[in-house]
Design a protein around this ligand. Structure first.
Ligand code: ADP
Length: 356
């Protein structure tokens, strides 16, 4: 039994020695060259006899093997340490960068592995968030699409089942079906816009344009469609010569969305567009005397699909995407949308456009 144990120890030592030697292989050339130069110098300088040279060579070889063994041992330990850390990261056994610890002379590498670990953790967190956002997005989209489709279907079926011959309701039902299909159309357009923005496909073409003409045209266009006699829509006069730099079509969408909201959420009073000119930029303000937005909601209304409970339960149509689109487009013009609003008193949305 003792002999067997001894044999195992010997075999293990030989195995360790072979392993150490393998790990020190990259230094073999250097050690042999150094030993050879050493032997040659001793031989030439001290003019020693051949038998002595053989002894010295033998001693040097033993010495070399000891050195290679200890170099190999150290390298092997270090590489094993690194392997263990990498394996733990790969198998998700490490949750915090402080769990990554390497010995003193590998501290530099430890820092690099920690940085890599942090980066991977961040990427994974981002991917998870993105996956969740995509699932939420699909959920919202299908929900938002289903509602108008079912409503339209309902009206059409009722008409087919006989209501078409009832002059008291047939036109009303058709009008309602058209109203909901218009909403569906708006929703689809908003969805296309938002997905273009988010996939980075929204390309902007910047140029200078006259702000006064731009706003006047939009207001005339809206006045032709929006016919609420209790709300006065006006553009306050300002310098007619201001030229701003931006994507005119995309900015038109911003103004239409903001004005559309202002008119939608104002039963009576006024909706005004104001422009304040500064040396380098112009601030565009859209001010209404409508229902206003509470402070809590102000923080959320730019989220995709966010509509306040009040709006969700009301008959006011909307997708909750308008302001998300506005935010992205204004952001692409290096600006942000600010809100000043008080519940029951009205709201003011504003953003800046560069004149340079
Ligand atoms: P929606 O299609 O619902 O109008 P938006 O993204 O344009 O979607 O707006 C999000 C929410 O912000 C609206 O549902 C509404 O509650 C609120 N909101 C936006 N503009 C105004 C405004 N001018 N006055 C009052 N509330 C507003």
């Amino acid at each position: 039994m003792k002999q067997l144990k001894g044999l195992v120890i010997v075999l293990k030592s030989i195995n360790n020695f072979i392993l150490n030697f393998r790990f020190s292989k990259i230094f073999v050339k250097e050690i042999i060259t150094l030993s050879f130069i050493f032997g040659l110098l001793v031989f030439v300088l001290f003019n020693i006899s051949y038998p002595k040279l053989a002894t010295i060579t033998f001693i040097v070889i033993i010495f070399d093997l000891i050195i290679l063994n200890s170099i190999g041992y150290k390298r092997r330990k270090e590489i094993e340490e690194i392997k263990t850390v990498i394996k733990s990261i790969r198998k998700n056994k490490i949750f915090d960068e402080n769990e990554i610890v390497l010995s003193e002379n590998l501290k530099n590498l430890e820092g690099n592995i920690k940085a890599m670990f942090q980066r991977t953790q961040r990427d994974i967190a981002n991917m998870e968030k993105l996956g969740q956002a995509r699932t939420d997005f699909l959920g919202y989209v299908s929900h938002e699409l289903r509602t108008p489709i079912f409503t339209i279907q309902g009206y059409l079926e009722t008409l087919l089942n006989g209501a078409i011959d009832d002059p008291k309701v047939n036109r009303t039902f058709l009008k309602k079906a058209i109203y909901h299909s218009d909403n569906l159309n708006t929703l689809l357009n908003d969805l296309i816009d938002i997905s273009m923005i988010q996939s980075g496909l929204m390309s902007l073409s910047f140029r200078y344009f006259n702000l006064y003409n731009f706003l006047t045209d939009i207001i005339i266009e809206i006045q032709q469609v929006d016919k609420n006699p209790n709300v006065e829509l006006a553009l306050k006069d300002f310098n007619h010569q201001i030229e701003v730099y931006g994507d005119k079509d995309k900015l038109k969408q911003v103004i239409i969305n903001l004005l559309g909201n202002a008119l939608k959420y104002t039963k009576e009073g006024s909706v005004e567009v104001l422009v304040l000119e500064k040396t380098k930029y112009a601030t565009i303000k859209i001010r209404d005397t409508g229902i206003g937005i509470s402070e809590d909601e102000q923080a959320r209304i730019f989220e995709r699909f966010y509509r306040t409970e009040r709006e969700r339960s009301s008959s006011i149509p909307g997708t909750g995407l308008g302001l998300a689109i506005v935010k992205h487009i204004v952001g692409a013009h290096n600006s942000t949308v600010s809100i000043v609003s008080k519940l029951g008193e009205g709201s003011e949305f504003s953003f800046k456009l560069s004149k340079e």
